[in-house]
Design a protein around this ligand. Structure first.
Ligand code: C5P
Length: 232
């Protein structure tokens, strides 16, 4: 059945800026926003709190099915606990990419991700939004930047309204190394690896500002909408 609610899928590697771009595009269009990476981060954090190892696929799958996750005003809650900054630590970033390799975890999060598809539309950011979760997305963007540019951005990145670095205590070289490891893990895992599907539009932000990237996505989306009108 065709789902009339439009989705813009924005996939790409860690720290490419896709989260910021996706949120701004959602804001401009009045669409909902799904930060799918946050879900994997929450699984890693919840597992750590419950002493479940990040390689225990079965237990992680069960845990992921039962999580009580809430996104409210830019904050993330697990049960009653506000975990917005906790899930952004470098340790949990690594944990997220470790728990994300397990099909049990990915399957458990599939329906939850789809439930974000609500009128008037959704901008979803992650690794497999266009390739697996929202294969019928109106627009698929593969947003990337060189690993050096991404490491520099993450190094300087504040969290939310605070000025805490995502890489709290980490230096540039360490962040670069972690990003390279995560790129390899995300790109080479067997289930839902990070890939640019043939129907996705490439957006390299190495030499673009955030505003330019947002403009690019909105333009591409308008082109898709226009194309539909013409072909009817
Ligand atoms: O996007 P973010 O860096 O927050 O994602 C954290 C981790 O979650 C990624 O490194 C990736 O391993 C995993 N992830 C995923 N599929 C998604 C979103 C994130 O595997 N759709």
């Amino acid at each position: 059945m065709v789902n009339a609610i439009q989705v813009i899928a924005i996939d790409g590697p860690s720290a490419s800026g896709k989260g910021t771009v996706a949120q701004l595009v959602a804001e401009k269009l009045g669409f909902h926003y799904l930060d799918s990476g946050a879900l994997y981060r929450i699984v890693a954090l919840a597992a750590q709190q419950k002493n479940i190892a990040w390689d225990n696929a079965e237990a992680l799958g069960e845990l992921a099915k039962k999580l009580n996750i809430n996104f409210k005003n830019g904050e993330i809650f697990l049960g009653n606990d506000r975990i917005t900054e906790l899930v952004r630590s470098e340790e949990i970033s690594r944990g997220a990419s470790e728990v994300a390799i397990h099909p049990q975890v990915r399957n458990a999060l599939f329906d939850l991700q789809q439930s974000f598809r609500k009128a008037p539309g959704l901008v979803a950011d992650g690794r497999d939004m266009g390739s697996v979760v929202f294969t019928d997305a109106k627009l698929k963007i593969f947003l990337t930047a060189s690993v050096e540019v991404r490491a520099e951005r993450r190094y300087k990145q504040p969290i939310g309204k605070n000025t805490i670095h995502k890489g709290l205590g980490a230096n540039y070289a360490q962040i670069l190394h972690d990003l390279q490891l995560r790129d390899t893990r995300d790109g080479q895992r067997r289930t839902s690896p990070l890939i640019q599907t043939p129907d996705a539009v490439l957006l390299d932000t190495s030499n673009r500002t955030i505003d330019e990237a947002v403009e690019f996505v909105l333009n591409e989306y308008n082109k898709k909408l226009h194309k539909n009108v013409l072909s009817h």
